[in-house]
Design a protein around this ligand. Structure first.
Ligand code: FES
Length: 104
């Protein structure tokens, strides 16, 4: 497990929206849902395209804007075709008004 990395202010994250941050050069997508923040790899496992342009799909899933693949925000599991392989998830914590992530 690596060190915690400060990546964003909580206020930078709109409810239900995603932003991409970089952790040691790796793109990580942050998604805020109410009081919770999820962090997953920012490239879809279907065709390596950006996921942050997608949207919440209900039942805790994120839908890729490119071909509609879905992923569970908590586990990274692929829950909708054409996505099959899971996304790597990152551990997240909120310290004051800052969001921090580290390798899970
Ligand atoms: S790139 Fe995400 S579903 Fe195809």
């Amino acid at each position: 497990m690596g060190d915690w990395r400060d990546v964003a202010a909580v206020d930078d994250l709109g409810d239900g929206a995603a932003v991409t941050v970089f952790v040691e050069g790796e793109p990580v997508m942050l998604v805020r849902v109410g009081e919770r923040v999820f962090a997953l790899d920012a490239l879809c496992t279907h065709e390596d395209l950006d996921l942050a342009s997608g949207c919440l799909a209900g039942d805790g899933a994120w839908e890729c804007a490119h071909h509609g693949g879905r992923f569970d925000l908590e586990s990274g599991r692929a829950t909708g075709m054409p996505a099959v392989a899971p996304l790597r998830t990152w551990a997240v914590r909120v310290e004051g008004d800052r969001v921090q992530v580290r390798e899970d």
